[in-house]
Ligand binder design. Structure first.
Ligand SMILES: *[C@@H]1O[C@H](CO)[C@@H](O)[C@H](O)[C@H]1NC(C)=O
Ligand SMILES: *[C@@H]1O[C@H](CO)[C@@H](O)[C@H](O)[C@H]1NC(C)=O
Length: 381
């Protein structure tokens, strides 16, 4: 681990900023097709797992942002941002578009990246937001989603993203949150050269299954019953969270967030495909022996889905007592243990002290963004 002193050093040290005077990134909503084939599991998943081949061409919707500050060495470095379950691309921009992000730039990873000169592509994962919504059981599974990420990166590297200042991106930074990190791990296993750097957030090698199975899974029901106005036309294999308490317990660490943002986040809460949920729980993160590029894990110290040690003191909130969880410290922490997934890579980790699962939406989000971008800078990105 780098020392705190190094952490404080500005990300921009040694970089030339040639800002056009823009106050914010310049973003466009785009959409483009990907054609993919994968071996998905047959659901219900059996032991041993049986597979079937699925393939198709799907539209992926995304937000592409040119940074507000021009940094020449980063012009062709693209951050590909992949959200977690029940979110959309807006996870990376303060739970809104760049214009409507909550509390200005406070919770916007994209805004932070833009100030440092990085172009970003925040996608709606297949099955979410404005991307296509295929069969949520047989098609929407981790193996296929990894192929989608691989195609997106290939398109970006070949200069084929439908953006106005078209170019071949020669460096790819993959950053995921939660299930987006599960897929990022899958990418490092299957296509170890796709990402030049990988940032996995909200993921450790050891899930908190006790919590997931007792609180999270029971709160997930067919989306059409949760919000018929929004989701009545969706296949019943599209699920959504129907319990706000379970949502808050799963995603937030009490005392360190703005309730207004949580309420908005709940209102914007999206769907998850049954196949994604099952494949995420069954396959889990794998050892990426072939991945040798820099990798950073950022997981909240109190991530209920990823930290297994119950905190000794439960937190009192307006809705009652919350049992919270802890990822531990030092060499025995869940984050340190996650290095076992990357035996041949330069692995580092950072646990924001006052964050739960949705670390981008806690008060220490800016510290998290700063750490991630300092780490990129240290690694030459
Ligand atoms: C919502 O989830 C909480 C936490 O697991 C649980 O205590 C509560 O009973 C659930 N509410 C309903 C209506 O199921
Ligand atoms: C970490 O684990 C090792 C081996 O299990 C043990 O000897 C050590 O005391 C633990 N350290 C802490 C700080 O818990």
């Amino acid at each position: 681990m780098k020392t705190a002193l190094v952490l404080v050093a500005s990300t921009l040290a040694g970089k030339t900023l040639a800002g056009a005077g823009n106050q914010s990134p310049s973003c466009t909503d785009i959409s483009f097709p990907v054609t993919v084939t994968a071996a998905n599991a047959i659901i219900p998943i059996t032991t041993p797992i049986t597979f079937q081949q699925v393939s198709g061409t799907y539209n992926i919707a995304a937000r592409y942002c040119e940074p507000q500050n021009f940094v020449e060495s980063r012009e062709n470095t693209l951050q590909v941002l992949v959200h977690g379950i029940t979110y959309t691309r807006n996870y990376w921009s303060g739970d809104g578009t760049l214009e409507t992000s909550y509390d200005g730039a406070m919770y916007s990873w994209i805004d932070f990246a833009s100030k440092q000169g990085y172009p970003t592509l925040s996608i709606d994962r297949l099955g979410n937001g404005l991307s296509d919504h295929p069969d949520p059981v047989n098609v929407l599974q981790s193996p296929l989603q990894v192929e989608v990420s691989h195609q997106i990166i290939t398109i970006a590297r070949n200069g084929n993203l439908p953006i106005s200042k078209s170019r071949k991106f020669d460096k790819i930074v993959y950053a995921g949150h939660s299930y987006g990190s599960v897929l990022g791990n899958g990418l490092t296993v299957k296509y170890p050269n796709d990402a030049d750097a990988t940032i996995l957030t909200g993921l450790t090698s050891k899930y908190n299954f006790g919590f997931i199975e007792s609180v999270f899974v029971p709160a997930v029901v067919p989306a059409s019953t949760v919000n018929p106005k929004k989701w009545s036309t969706l296949n019943s294999g599209y699920l959504a969270i129907d319990n706000k308490t379970a949502f808050e317990l799963g995603f937030y660490y009490p005392g360190y967030f703005d309730q207004g943002l949580v309420d908005l986040d709940w209102e914007n809460s999206g769907t998850v495909g049954e196949g994604e949920l099952e494949s995420a729980l069954v396959f889990g993160p794998e050892v990426a022996t072939g991945y040798v590029n820099p990798i950073l894990d950022i997981t909240g110290q109190h991530d209920s889905l990823m930290c297994t040690n119950p905190d000794p003191i439960t937190a009192r909130t307006p809705t009652g007592l919350w049992q919270t969880y802890n990822c531990g410290n030092g060499d025995n922490s869940s984050l340190a243990e996650t290095k076992s997934l990357y035996p041949n890579a330069d692995y580092e980790y950072y646990a924001p002290l006052a964050s739960g699962h949705c670390l981008n939406f806690h008060y220490d989000a800016q510290l998290t963004f700063d750490y991630a971008h300092n780490w990129l800078n240290w690694n030459g990105f």
